[in-house]
Design a protein around this ligand. Structure first.
Ligand code: ATP
Length: 303
C-alpha cells in the first residue's frame, strides 16, 4: 500500500503544482528530484564559485540500469567561453544539462565546476551558479514583471527593466496595455515562442549566474526571429560560461567550440570551420540543414 501511495502522493504534488500554475522547469525538476533521492553528502560545503569553468570527466549515465545514455563523456568548457552541443535527436544533449544542474548524478565519472566535484558540494549552491533557459518556458499566470523577477526574489523594478532590455524584450513589454503589469499566461496575454524565450533569458540574467545553459527550442523560428535569438544568446553569454544545446546549427557557428555528441559520446569537436573541413557528421548535418533552409517545402513534405 505504501508503495502505491508514494507515487500517488507524488502525482498529487505535481497535479497541485500544475493547477496552481506555479510550474516551470526548475520547480518541476526540484519536485521530481526530491523523489530521485539525490542528497547532499553530510556537511557538504557550498560551491566556491570562480569564473565558471565546467568539466565533464568520463561521465557515464543511464536513466535506468538497462540503457547507457552518456557513455564516457569528456569535455571542458573554459570559463567565459561558449560551447555548443549538437548531435542527432536522442544523443543525450539535454541529459548532460540535467546532470550539470544535478537533477541526476552520474553513475561514474565526475562533473566539476571550477575544479570542485558538484556531487561533493550542496545542490543549492550548484543551482545558484547556473541559469537555465529551457526549451519551453512555462509562464506563471501573473504579470510579465513578476515572470521576470522570479529569477531573483526581491528584485527591484530597475533590475527587472535592465535585464528585460538586455534580453531585447523591454520594448515589447512597454508596448503592451499595462507594460510590466500586463498579465500573461493562460489567462492573460499569450506570448510567442520567441517572446517567451526572451522572458526566460531575462529571468536567467537576473540570477546573474557565471554559467548559462540554453536548451534551444526545437520549433521552427522564422529567419528574423532566429537571428534575433542568436544575437540575444550571444549578448547574454558575454563574460559568462555558456553551454548552448542547439538544434539549428546556424545558432552556433560562432561558438568557441562545438561538440558533436552521438550515442552519448563526443564524436567530433572543433570550431564551425574546422568541423566543416573535417567532412564528418557535423558537415553532413550542416549540409542537410542548409538544403532544408533552401527548400522548406521539401522538408515540410518529409516531416
Ligand atoms: P533532442 O535533440 O531530441 O532534444 P537529446 O540529445 O537532448 O535529444 P536527451 O533528451 O538527452 O536527448 O535523451 C537521451 C535519451 O534518453 C533518449 O533516448 C530519451 O528517450 C532518454 N530519456 C530522456 N529522459 C529520460 C527519462 N527521464 N527517463 C528515461 N529515459 C529518458
Amino acid at each position: 500500500m505504501l508503495q502505491l501511495y508514494a507515487p500517488l502522493s507524488f502525482l498529487g504534488v505535481i497535479y497541485r503544482e500544475i493547477r496552481q500554475s506555479t510550474t516551470d522547469l526548475e520547480r518541476m525538476f526540484t519536485i521530481l528530484e526530491e523523489h530521485q533521492e539525490i542528497k547532499d553528502p553530510p556537511q557538504a560545503p557550498a560551491l566556491q564559485v570562480g569564473r565558471g569553468e565546467v568539466r565533464f570527466e568520463n561521465v557515464r549515465f543511464g536513466y535506468g540500469a538497462d540503457r547507457v545514455i552518456l557513455d564516457g563523456l569528456d569535455f571542458t568548457v573554459p570559463a567565459g567561453e561558449t560551447v555548443a552541443i549538437v548531435g542527432p535527436s536522442g544523443a543525450g544533449k539535454s541529459t548532460l544539462a540535467r546532470l550539470l544542474f544535478r537533477f541526476y548524478a552520474p553513475q561514474s565519472g565526475r562533473i566539476l565546476i571550477d575544479g570542485q566535484d558538484i556531487a561533493q558540494v550542496t545542490q543549492a549552491s550548484v543551482r545558484r551558479a547556473i541559469g537555465i533557459v529551457p526549451q519551453d518556458t512555462v509562464l506563471f499566470n501573473d504579470t510579465i514583471g513578476y515572470n521576470i523577477a522570479y529569477g531573483k526574489p526581491g528584485a527591484s523594478a530597475a533590475e527587472v527593466e535592465a535585464v528585460a532590455r538586455a534580453a531585447h524584450i523591454h520594448d515589447f513589454i512597454v508596448s503592451t496595455p499595462q507594460g510590466y503589469e500586463t498579465q500573461v499566461g493562460e489567462r492573460g496575454l499569450k506570448l510567442s515562442g520567441g517572446e517567451k524565450q526572451r522572458v526566460a533569458i531575462a529571468r536567467a540574467l537576473l540570477k546573474n549566474p557565471p554559467i548559462l545553459i540554453f536548451d534551444e527550442a526545437t520549433s521552427q523560428l522564422d529567419s528574423h526571429n532566429e537571428k534575433a535569438i542568436q544575437a540575444e544568446i550571444r549578448a547574454a553569454s558575454r563574460d559568462r560560461t555558456a553551454i548552448v544545446i542547439a538544434h539549428r546549427l546556424s545558432t552556433v557557428v560562432d561558438a568557441h567550440q562545438i561538440l558533436v555528441v552521438e550515442s552519448g559520446r563526443v564524436v567530433e569537436r572543433g570550431t564551425h570551420a574546422q568541423l566543416l573541413q573535417a567532412r564528418g557528421l557535423y558537415a553532413r548535418m550542416w549540409n542537410l540543414q542548409q538544403d532544408r533552409a533552401a527548400h522548406p517545402e521539401a522538408s515540410a513534405a518529409m516531416a
